[in-house]
Ligand binder design. Structure first.
Ligand SMILES: *Cc1c(COP(=O)(O)O)cnc(C)c1O
Length: 426
């Protein structure tokens, strides 16, 4: 590495440090280019991306189909606002609703905005359809949830770091343990004011926690039997990440593309973001059927950029790529391979206690305390060895590569990971 190149990295880090708010703690790697499963830093060093921008880049970096659609649309028309119709939005709305099997979509930009939108729709439905008295609606959420960063959303987080000194908090949420059907039933039956149950099919940020295999189907049935909306936040788990188009595998049109899952769950409200755009542009969406979505009338909710023509063109291309390149099947196949290969290593490891996950959303738990620096140090070493990943919570490292990975590349990654872990064995 030349002095000049090293300075380029240090300079970029110093700029962010001086002029940017310190709301993240990045690994000291300065990226300048991406293609498929790879990213390159300013010195030209090549890495496997094993985070995929928190599962936003499922289709791989700079996918030519998606970038092509974006450039084409950007040259033609970028933003009209919803004060007027545009010739792309309706086409996209038809496409995405048929893709996932819902009557209607409400387009937004970021994941947090889509979660906020789902909460608003749920509350309005509760007052106008379920007959709950105004301001009494309660939404059930799970402990250790991650749904974004707005003031309302952090109000029902139990991550002290995300919450502390951001109060006063928004009322109207009941927190129960994740993967606990008894707790859900008790909470639902505790009051006639329960409007919805907001849940991640797998808790990604918390450390890739998977519920019991019958949890989502039974939770959905409990909701249905009690006229409570089942709201699935698939911002991270959706769009093929876990080896099915949705982690709850709802009533989508992908049946010919993916094998039918053992649990077949149709959420009342589906929240998508991240990979909905292949990571090239902020695009999020809330999907629901008419009896729910029609509670929203003109002027009651919106976004200047939501549903813009570039977003519409990009999202269609991003969803096309998922189907055309069989990314659900690939994620499922490579996920099984990844876990079985890592399990072979873990059998004799003292530093890793387990690997868990579904499809290509996985995590390893490091055999050390949550406060220890070991997971961070392993990620630093992984980066030296050409693979980028980041701890989620203390001693957990999430592994979520782009879904366009080949088997050969995955095995190469497994060998980088095991070789790195060996350096930490006691
Ligand atoms: C990332 C994420 C969000 C928030 O998305 P942003 O685009 O960062 O606002 C919401 N829910 C889940 C499950 C997520 O993983």
């Amino acid at each position: 590495m030349s002095v000049l190149e090293k300075n380029a990295a240090n300079h970029a880090i110093a700029l962010e440090d001086q002029y940017g708010a310190h709301n993240y703690h990045p690994l000291p790697v300065v990226l300048a280019k991406g293609e498929g499963v790879y990213v390159w830093d300013v010195d030209g060093k090549k890495y496997y991306d094993f985070l995929s921008a928190y599962s936003a880049v499922n289709q791989g970096h700079c996918h030519p189909t998606i970038i092509g659609a974006m450039i084409e649309q950007a040259k033609t028309l970028t933003l009209t606002s919803r004060a007027f119709y545009n010739d792309k939005l309706g086409v996209y709305e038809e496409y995405i609703t048929k893709y996932f099997g819902f009557d209607k979509v409400l387009p937004m930009n970021t994941g947090a905005e889509a979660v906020e939108t789902a909460i608003k729709i749920c509350r309005k439905w509760a007052y106008e359809k379920k007959g709950i008295s105004e301001n009494d609606a309660q939404i059930i959420v799970c402990e250790n949830n991650f749904h974004g960063r707005t003031t309302t959303i952090i109000s029902f987080s139990n991550d002290e770091n995300a919450r502390k000194n951001f109060g006063p908090y928004t009322a109207g949420f009941i927190k129960i343990a994740y993967d606990d059907l008894d707790a859900l039933e008790k909470a639902i039956k505790s009051s006639k004011n329960i409007a919805g149950f907001l849940v991640e099919p797998i808790q990604g940020e918390a450390g890739v926690y998977m519920p019991s295999s019958d949890y989502l189907a039974k939770a959905q049935k409990l909701c249905k039997d009690n006229n409570v909306l089942f709201i699935a936040d698939e911002v991270q788990t959706g769009i093929a990440r876990t080896g099915s188009i949705l982690a709850v595998c709802g009533n989508c049109s992908c049946e010919n593309a993916c094998e039918k899952q053992e649990t077949y769950v149709q959420p009342d409200v589906l929240i998508l973001g991240k990979a909905l755009s292949g990571g090239v542009y902020p695009v999020s969406a809330v999907l629901a059927n008419d009896e729910i979505m029609n509670v929203i009338k003109p002027g009651q909710h919106g976004s200047t950029f939501g549903g813009n023509p570039v977003a519409a063109a990009v999202a269609i291309a991003a969803l096309d790529v998922v189907q055309d390149e069989n990314l659900t099947q690939n994620a499922r196949k490579l996920g099984n391979l990844f876990r079985s290969e890592l399990n072979k290593y873990i059998e004799t490891s003292s530093i890793v206690s387990l690997v868990r996950g579904k499809g290509l959303l996985n995590a390893i738990v490091i055999n050390d305390t949550e406060e220890s620096e070991t997971a961070w140090n392993i990620c630093m070493k992984l980066s030296e060895n050409g693979l980028l990943a980041k701890p989620t919570h203390g001693n957990i490292i999430r592994f979520a590569p782009p879904l366009v990975m080949t088997e050969e590349q995955l095995l190469d990654c497994v060998s980088i990971i095991t070789k790195t872990l060996k350096e930490f064995e006691k």
